[in-house]
Every structure is written in C-alpha cells, then in structure tokens.
Design a protein around this ligand. Structure first.
Ligand code: GAF
Length: 401
C-alpha cells in the first residue's frame, strides 16, 4: 500500500497536470467494515461497524466561477468530468460525479445555498469498487466535510451523515440505512461503533482482538447490489412488519426480542417473508451478544456469532451467493480462524475473518487455494486497521516532501 505522503504528492502532481494550478487542501475519508448487525439498519436494530484505514483521498481548490471539475485517478479513462452549479441533476454519463452533485444538492438545502462557487477536485482511493466496503459513502462524506470547510459552514457531523444517506435514498433511489455513512463520518481509530439506529445513540467499543486481526477477503465477485434486489429485501421486511403489527404494537422488526419472536412468527404466512424477519430479529440478538463478547474479550464467542450471522444471511436472508459462501467456508476450515462472515450488503463483495496473526500468511494461502478451487476466481486479502472517520489531512503548504 502507498504511504500517505506518496498519495498526497501524486494527488498534487495529477491536479497540476489536469488543472494547471495547485490544489489547496487534502482530505481523507475511510471505508468501513461491519463486524456484525447486517441488513438490520433499516429494521430498527443494532449495528457494529468500524471505519478502516483504506479509503478515499481528495485534493480541492475553489474557483471563482460556478463550474465544478472532477477527476478520479482510479477512473482516469473518464477524464475530467465537468458540470455547473446551475445543473445538479443526475446524469448517468457523469458516473461517480453524481455523488458529488447529490451531496451539493442536500448541503445547499440546509445551508441556504451556501455552495455558490465551483471547485476543482482530484480523488484517489484504495477501497476496491463494488466490494461492499462503502466506497460510495466514503466519497459522500469526503465531499460533505470538504464543503463545510470551503464554504465556511458548520453543518454538524451527524447532518453530513444524513446528507450522505439522502444521496443514496433520494438522489439515487437505493433505500439503504444509515450505517455506512455513520461508520465513516463518526469512526475513530481502534474503536468499533455500537449504534442503535433508532435513536442514533452509540458507544465506542475498543476494537481489540489480542492475537487476532480482522482479515478482509474480497471475493472479486462484483457486488451486484442492484437497487431492485436491496430494495426488495426492504419491502419483504416491511411486509413482515405489517403482518406482525396486526397482533403486536411494534414499530420495527427489531423491536421484537428473539424470545418474543417464537410467539409471533406464525402470524407471517409466507415462509420466505417469515425467514426474512427471522434473520433481522436473530441478527439483532447476535449483535447485542457480540458487543458484550467483544467488551469482555471473549473472542471465541464473538467468532461463533460471526459464523451464525453468515449462516442466517445465507439461509434466511439469501444475500450471500456462491462466491461469498465459498470464501467464508474456506475460512471456517482454517484452525487459525475464530469466525468469518460476509460484510456489507452481500451478493458478492467482501467477507471478514478473525485470524490469529501468527498464522496469517499460511491461512491466507489456504483460503485462497480453496476459494480458487471452488469458484475459479482469485481473492484479494487486506489487513486494514480500524481507523478515523472523515477528516482534513492538511493544507497543501503543510504537506511534507
Ligand atoms: C449496505 C447499506 F448501505 C447499509 O445501509 C446496510 O443496510 C448494509 O448494506 C447491510 O447491512 O451497505
């Protein structure tokens, strides 16, 4: 992995080549992994994500006019994508830049149209695209934090998080919850966030795994999180909720405890809808237990809960798919692994495993060999640390050499 200084230098060189002037301020926004609590941030449950040290860097400079020019070093073939502040509508050909437009749209809404000048922007990231590590939420928060500084606003972090979610929900039509933007905006080095999505109350739990580390395993099966499939799961959960509400006064599926669920599950007639609800309610229970296990440094229990989470996402929620299952099963077979599961939305993308770091290299080798045998695909393996939320890195004149 490049070190940060190299990244800043390359961003500046690229800025000068593309825009014939120097960028002024550098920003960083992380990706996230969710330890456990999957597909329940839209069911009123607890989630347990953390920001990671992989993420998106940006270098920006204000302009005098109303033009915005954006260049991604990862998608250099797309060249500079340009638009005017006077037209912030979605355009398919504008690709990743639609996230920039979406954030400006909602930022302007709550700051009395404060974004009144354009800017030039170069970004580079090391979160693999479509891998379920939230490259899009990373970009949303990067832009939000940047706009706050560029236009001397004081929008608080939680509102920037909400703006990111609105970009997904209202601008792009993907009915996601708030977990990803929250983890990225509020993250802190060495801490996982234990978040109640109903109240947005949260606590920081030291992400201390002793001899173990979180290995991120990319299936390289691009996540096919079409809005229709994700939104379909949401609708199924809503249907389950409505049927339960005939008999129980709850507002969210996760208002039911696992014990209560056994009394009411038969109210849901369709077995598929029933299994979606069972996942949400059991996952919420597991997340609470996992938080307790991690707090008590009971990693064996924590690992078991990761395994059960994956089984539930596979059998009840049907969002794993053959590649994630093969990767996770390969990890389960390794003696140095305490637990493994898919992370994020699923349907491709990444899984995580809790691995004894003394045996990391041979464990990766064995997982990779079993995964390749099962799928014909090669995986990628990362050991990112738990890192800070979105932040300004420095002004250009503070950059070392
Ligand atoms: C995606 C969504 F963006 C999150 O809100 C969450 O629902 C996650 O899938 C599944 O837990 O990352």
């Amino acid at each position: 992995m490049k070190d940060e200084q190299q990244v800043l230098n390359q961003l500046q060189e690229t800025f000068e080549t593309q825009f014939q002037s120097s960028g002024e301020a550098f920003y960083f926004s992380p990706g996230r992994v969710n330890l456990i609590g999957e597909h329940i941030d839209y069911n009123g449950g607890y989630v347990f994500p953390c920001a990671i040290t992989m993420g998106t860097y940006g270098l920006v400079k204000l302009r005098e006019d109303r033009t915005i020019r954006c260049y991604s070093m990862n998608l250099s073939d797309a060249g500079v994508i340009e638009f005017s502040l006077d037209d912030l509508s979605y355009q398919a050909s504008h690709n990743w830049v639609n996230y920039v437009k979406g954030v400006i749209t909602y930022f302007n809404e709550i700051t009395d149209q404060s974004v009144d000048r354009g800017f030039d922007l170069v970004v580079w990231g090391n979160i693999p695209n479509g891998a379920g590590l939230s490259s899009s939420a990373s970009l949303e928060l990067l832009i939000g934090v940047m706009l706050n500084d560029l236009f001397n606003q004081t929008v608080d972090r939680l509102d920037l998080v909400r703006i990111g979610q609105r970009v997904e929900n209202d601008y792009l039509g993907l009915q996601t919850g708030i977990m990803d933007q929250f983890a990225i905006g509020m993250g802190e080095a060495e801490a996982a966030l234990y978040l109640n999505v109903n109240t947005l109350d949260y606590g920081r739990v030291p992400a201390e795994f002793g001899d173990y580390i979180i290995l991120i395993m990319n299936t390289n099966k691009r996540r096919e999180l079409t809005s229709s499939k994700y939104n379909q799961r949401r609708q199924e959960c809503e249907q389950a909720l409505q049927e339960l509400q005939q008999a129980v006064p709850i507002e969210n599926l996760c208002d039911l405890s696992w014990d209560e669920w056994s009394n009411y599950s038969s109210l849901i007639k369709d077995p598929v809808i029933r299994s979606r609800a069972r996942h949400a309610i059991s996952e919420n229970e597991r997340t609470q237990q996992a938080k307790m296990a991690l707090t008590q440094r009971d990693l064996a229990t924590f690992g078991q809960l990761l395994n059960h989470s994956h089984q539930s996402l596979r059998d009840d929620y049907d969002v794993t798919g053959p590649e994630l299952d093969a990767m996770v099963e390969a990890a389960w077979a390794q003696p140095a692994v305490l637990g493994a599961r898919m992370t994020g939305a699923g349907m491709g993308g990444c899984a995580i495993a809790l691995v004894d770091h003394h045996y990391l290299a041979e464990t990766i080798e064995k997982i990779e060999s079993a995964y390749y045998q099962a799928t014909g695909l090669h995986g990628d393996y990362y050991t990112a640390q738990v890192g800070d939320g979105t932040k300004k890195v420095c002004q250009n004149n503070e950059r070392g050499s």
